[in-house]
Design a protein around this ligand. Structure first.
Ligand SMILES: [Ca+2]
Length: 346
């Protein structure tokens, strides 16, 4: 939708901060635990068991007010897709159902009062930076609304997913992700489930894989290297998305829990939700706030996204930090937004 350009920019642009303070690992907490309960049946195809337990959710030293304070959360065990949903998997869904994503649909004039009819064309936001850009002040300088861009044509008409069958599907709005999940008999993860899973059994680490950005000198996720948005040095090998099993899995055997693509959660987004939870002691299976509120764009309903994407770097966004959060309007995707599913029982 047209809104996606505006919304995605808002989703990411205002999160930038130049650098991080070094993380001081917190002392082990007796309250933290990983459940020992094993699943009753075999793993559903393509899924791994996340045992559940109690963990510190959020991040106190990320310099991101909406991710603070860290607070204790308990989640029950669940099955989770080993990887984000791929283009090949999404293609099966579309073939079976004829589903048309929001990015493929002509925007409804009643949702865009005042916009000339000729401007209401199906499409989505595609990352398209000019080499001359250096300022981070204006996301419109690197996001472009591309008519005809959608999951099948990620960069617009003429582009295809050929050769990218094992990459995460992109240009997925929240409603699209929910439709897929229902079809496949799964659901979207709650934000708490996603973060517990992303931490892979580690306690209050900076990334899904530990505290070092480049363990043993190697990039551990598909993010951005170089000076965003005009210089990508491609040290991790990928300018845009990467095959979903390119980088090593985390401690639970899950791939791409940081970087590559943003992934939708079921929760509404509010920046003050963690502060609410922190006042209630340990929260069990939080489902998110009852409503959405983003002071940066007050009238737009947003859901939580996690993991950051191939566009995140320490100069911009940095929401690949495992305790951090993203957000997006439910009717908007972009060229770096996908999802994965979970289910409670096998
Ligand atoms: Ca990259």
């Amino acid at each position: 939708m047209l809104a996606s350009l505006m919304l995605i920019s808002a989703c990411q642009a205002k999160y930038d901060h130049a650098d991080h303070a070094a993380t001081t690992p917190s002392a082990p907490s007796a309250a933290v635990s990983i459940n020992k309960v094993t699943p009753s049946g075999p793993a559903p195809e393509g899924m791994v068991w996340v045992p559940g337990g109690t963990f510190w959710m959020g991040c106190d030293d990320c310099d991101m007010p909406d991710a603070a304070p860290a607070h204790l959360v308990t989640v029950d065990g669940f099955w989770m897709d080993r990887t984000p949903v791929t283009n090949a998997e999404f293609a099966k869904f579309v073939k079976a159902t004829g589903y048309m994503t929001i990015a493929e649909q002509k925007p409804d004039p009643k949702d865009f009062p005042g916009v000339p009819e000729e401007n209401l064309v199906a499409g989505c936001a595609v990352f398209s930076p000019s080499p001359a850009i250096d300022s981070l002040d204006n996301p419109y300088a690197w996001w472009r609304y591309v008519p005809g861009a959608n999951w099948k044509n990620p960069e617009g008409p003429g582009s295809t997913t050929n050769g990218r069958e094992d990459h995460p599907v992109v240009h997925i709005a929240w409603d699209d992700a929910v439709a897929y999940a229902k079809w496949v008999g799964k659901r979207l993860p709650t934000e708490a489930e996603f973060e517990f899973a992303a931490r892979g059994g580690l306690d209050r680490k900076r990334y899904a894989w530990g505290n070092e950005m480049k363990p043993a000198g190697k990039w551990a996720a598909n993010i951005w290297q170089g000076r965003f948005p005009s210089q990508n040095t491609l040290e991790d090998g990928y300018e845009r998305t990467s095959p979903v099993t390119t980088f090593a899995p985390n401690g639970f055997g899950l791939y791409d829990m940081g970087g590559n693509v943003w992934q939708w959660c079921s929760d509404w987004y509010r920046p003050d939700y963690f502060a609410q939870l922190a006042g209630w002691g340990t929260t069990r299976n939080p489902q998110g706030p009852a409503d959405s509120f983003d002071p940066q764009e007050p009238g737009i309903k947003k859901r939580v996204q996690k993991s950051g994407s191939f566009l995140c770097s320490d100069r911009y966004c940095s929401r690949y930090l495992v305790g951090s959060r993203g957000k997006g309007a439910t009717d908007s995707g972009s060229s770096n937004v996908g999802f994965r599913c979970v289910k409670t029982t096998g």
